[in-house]
Design a protein around this ligand. Structure first.
Ligand code: SF4
Length: 147
């Protein structure tokens, strides 16, 4: 499903509650996809080469790199005590959550996102311009998938 500007025209309230829930696999929102920029940032943060980071932490799915998953543990491998252990270097996909185009409609936001993200409806009101700026950043990022 795609974004609906009517849905967020008056803004949306959101503030991260540090639940760590968005760092746990949720069906279609499960994979943490990575562009070359994401992998370089990660590698620099971990003080290893991009090739070494990719070998150790990434898998390919349909030509797109993503963080490796453990089928026995739905948590992201960088989640530690409900906190992101690589916060400064986290991927663009994580920074733009939850203002992703595909969830900015009443059904996805109200049912799917709100069901696991306690930040929905809390904190400051993000206006339409702010939401669209992040949404565009996320959209541009997805165009770099496969790099
Ligand atoms: S990289 Fe960090 S913010 Fe992104 S899913 Fe993993 S723990 Fe969460």
């Amino acid at each position: 499903m795609s974004n609906n500007p009517e849905f967020y025209k008056n803004g949306l309230r959101f503030q991260c509650q540090s639940s760590g829930n968005c760092c746990t696999s949720h069906g279609e929102f499960g994979f943490v996809f990575l562009t070359i920029d994401d992998r370089r940032r990660f590698a620099k943060h971990l003080k290893i080469s991009t090739a070494a980071f990719t070998r150790k932490y990434c898998d390919l799915k349909d030509g797109v790199w993503h963080l490796k998953e453990d089928i026995k543990n739905p948590d992201c491998m960088f989640l530690s005590n409900k906190r992101c252990s690589v916060y400064e270097a986290r991927p663009t996909q994580c920074r733009t959550w939850p203002f992703w185009p595909e969830v900015l409609n009443a059904k996805s936001w109200g049912k799917e996102v709100a069901s696991f993200c306690p930040g929905v409806g809390k904190g400051p009101l993000w206006n339409k311009t702010e939401i669209e700026k992040i949404m565009i950043e996320d959209h541009e990022n997805t165009k770099k998938f496969g790099t």
